[in-house]
Design a protein around this ligand. Structure first.
Ligand SMILES: [Zn+2]
Length: 49
């Protein structure tokens, strides 16, 4: 089972998960599925590994 982490969107505070091995500690921009905001994970107010 793929490892995931939960991210909180800095714009709408929506929570969604991403694949850990693909995206954690990378500079890829994450796309919020609720408001389509793109942001760096360091800009997230909360990340649950
Ligand atoms: Zn959002």
């Amino acid at each position: 089972m793929a490892r995931i982490f939960w991210v909180t969107c800095p714009r709408c505070s929506g929570r969604f998960y991403c694949h850990y091995t693909d995206l954690r500690h990378t500079d890829w921009l994450l796309l919020c599925p609720y408001c389509q905001h793109r942001f760096h994970q360091n800009d997230s107010p909360r990340i649950d590994d």
